[in-house]
Design a protein around this ligand. Sequence first.
Ligand code: ATP
Length: 625
Amino acid sequence: MEDIVKLKHDKQNDLSSLNGEIWKVQTQIPDMELKLDELALKASIVRSDFQTLEDKLKNLEAVKNHKIQRMNDSLEVFKSTLDRSFDEKVAHLSQTYDEKVTNIINSKHLEFKEKERSFSDKITILKNSLADYSDKILEESKSKISKDAETEHIYLETEHNRNIAAIKDDIANLHQECQDLTREIRDLHKKIDTQMQPVLNELNSTMIALNRKLDSVQDEESSLGRQLKKLNNSKEEECNKLLQLKEDCRQYNHEIEQFNQAIKEEETYRRFLHNKLQEMKGNIRVFCRIKPDREGVFDHAIQSMSCTSGLKETLSISEPTSTKPLKKASSSPVKKSVKTYSFFFDKIFDENSSNADIFEEISQLVQSSLDGFNVCIFTYGQTGSGKTFTMSNANDGMIPRSMDQMFQKIDLLSTLGNDYQLYGQFFEIYGESIRDLIDDDHQLSINDDSDDPPISNSDTIGIKMIRLISLQQIESLLAHATKKRATAATMANDVSSRSHSIFKVHITKYSKNSSESTVIGTLNLVDLAGSERLSHSQVTGLRLKETLAINKSLSALGDVIASLKSKSSHVPYRNSKLTYILKDSLGGDSKTLMFVNISCLNSHFNESLSSLRFASKVNTTTLKK
Ligand SMILES: Nc1ncnc2c1ncn2[C@@H]1O[C@H](COP(=O)(O)OP(=O)(O)OP(=O)(O)O)[C@@H](O)[C@H]1O
């Protein structure tokens, strides 16, 4: 046994160190992811800067090319226009000149020819007339006529020479004119050259400016190229870093997976050991809790508590000898024979025990329910003995503490890839009817299937089932349920709970692949109605009926446990709603824990004795397998 406890202790240590490791790795993952995100962001910024620069460069190049193209085009156009206009002008001038010269020469030539012809004609006529005249006058006056003819001839010759000189002058004039025109054309050429020079100069300076611009654009382009190269280098570095990070991440993920696998194996082994331990402790366990003497009466019935052999503890309780209050029960002198009763319990919590001490024991069963077993925890006792204080106390009762443990555990399990969810039902059994403590105005019989719960559970169909998500929610559920619980004043306790309240938690496991859920275990936290002896409570009418119903259902609970103990083929679950609803948590490999709450005071001796007897009956039972 010691070995097993040691082994359990070692395994718990291993588990907690593994949990610590997981936590460390998990805390590193967000940092790594953050770094990865930062680097990805940087890379995307660099990429977009790079893209912007590339776009800018392309734009500049396009603008540059466009400008050069435009300038070249306009230069070409200008040059061709200039050449064309120059050629045209020269051609036009040459043509005009040629035409003018030709016209003048032609007209002068024609004139000259005409004059020459007319002179020739005249000469011919004159010669003819002269010949005639000579022939005629030859005889009359040969000398006179010949003189006159000679004079006439000289005159004509002179005239002819003068005409020829005039024509020569005209030709010289025409030559002069031609020379003038040539000069004029040369001048025009010069003029065109001088007028064109500034334009050409301007074009040249524009060309130089454009070349300079081109150089600066090329400089800019090469500096951008260098920047681009730099960016490419840093991008490559970042990419390498990113790849390294990705590789590290992959490595981490691989390690985490291996780690998770190891944890899963450890978890399975832990579950096995835990269950073995629970089975060795007993599938039904009974604890006793003694309510402190809050009023300082000092009239105590509890005589002694001691730890006997093995895991059992003994409680001795003595019948009161006197109605007078004693200083302290343990130190009071016992004059006549006092009847003392002894009871064995798995654990006894004395008056000084807190709910935290109690939960240390309960937590193992909460773990069993998370491990896939059905667990049922009862608080049993007379009214006012502290059942509700133990079970549902808002701050530290078993319900909030169990839920706290469950929330923490499923958070941890979810990191191992298992998605666990908790669903809860909270209801009370009053008499033989069930009242929903979550859903208002919801009173249903057991098999009412009018509601549509997220997970089917044939026993509690019709009772509202909600997803349990936080302790805050549990606190408000408890407050809401407390208000709703049927309470009635009795002689024994002013606000005595007259119903059994059941807080049922369904632990469901979700498969991420198939998105199916399965209920793997349930935890039932049952605050039983106060057990009362009719003679003590002195109730009548409706209260009497209530007390009878409560005692009947508590007795049915005892019978069911007794049948399981005797391995009877028939277990009378149907004898009460309480046992019928809890049948899954009371048989098979389920775990059951019964808290017997008793008062330490003599005044409650009989009630305490009756509770202890009931507990003793349950305590010696072993669940039928
Ligand atoms: N261990 C304890 N320490 C201090 N106070 C306690 C303890 N147990 C019970 N009480 C107080 O005693 C009173 C009655 O307790 P409680 O309501 O839990 O009894 P009960 O058994 O649930 O009664 P009922 O059956 O009527 O519901 C409450 O005021 C509670 O705070």
